[in-house]
Design a protein around this ligand. Sequence first.
Ligand SMILES: [Zn+2]
Length: 369
Amino acid sequence: MPEKMKAVVKTRPELGGDWQEVPLPRIADDEVLVRVRATSICGTDVHIYKWDPWSAGRIGEQALPQILGHEVAGEVVETGAGVKGIHMGDYVSAETHIPDPQDLQALLGQMHIGERMKILGVDRDGCFAEYVAIPEVVCWVNDKAIAPEYACVQEPLGNATYAVLGEDNDVAGKSMVFVGDGPISLFAVGVARAVGVTNIFLVGKYDFNMEIGKRMGADHLLYANKDDVDRIAYIKDHTRGYGADIVCDMAGSTQALEEGFQMLRKGGRFTAFGVAGEATVPIDYNNGIVFKGCQVHGVNGRKMFDTWYRVRNLLSSGRLDIAPVVSHMFPLEEYEQGFEKMIERPRHAAKVVLFPDRQEFDAAQQRRA
Ligand SMILES: [Zn+2]
């Protein structure tokens, strides 16, 4: 095993990250060391890369230096003395919400939202590196048939899957609106299609991403930034006047929330996933929620490990093809290009995957050629 590795390190409380040589992570007794085969850039990484007010408050300057990244697929190369269920050579990904087993939520089967849970790449070093230490409790063994460039995105794909299925998995034969055209929304379109949602509306802004949404199975594309179509009337017209059974907000903007509740039928489900820029957002509480008799479902993370189980099966069965959403791949050391793609507006990228090892990058490019 080498003593040093290359990593993308956040060193200063300002825009950017540094390509550095750092010591290999040391694993605790309940952790494994993973050789990273592929990793992907999440919106959270972009917040930290930019060092916006959220990062400054949530992570803080005192935590730096810290390695970025949390979405990963790789091979277990070392196991801690207390690790029982994960073995050398296992091909794993990581649930990024690291639960505290003492949390009430953990005892109730909601460990992904435990009071004291920690997040990989936010509360501890992440995986934009050749190696990463991962607690056994959040290791998920992948199907070897799933290529690393897809296995690494199972974490956000899990968000998408949980947002689509909700708590009751009562979606087949129903209509669903996704507001927002970021990668998780595009994944969600594909999941919805695969699990039998029969009328899918995608509300977005950028042609590049809307085109991917179409390929993922959206039946209707509606532009949030054009007023040629009355979006709410359009959705009612295509749902026999009722509105959609389920609306998933994947944007968090004031417009998305205002319109989202109006697009929902009475008695429907509103899934709140998009993070609002402002802490308080005005919504029509009476007409949007109370009189509508709707359910509001907040999604933070994925169900451990019900969602992971379903995601793995959706991918390895071939029922769900996420290739269109993985729009860009780079060697890890070209991470700056990857972040530029993620930050650029208008958007010309969905999911960006990075490879610490050149050979893995070349192999992935061959697979996609
Ligand atoms: Zn993520």
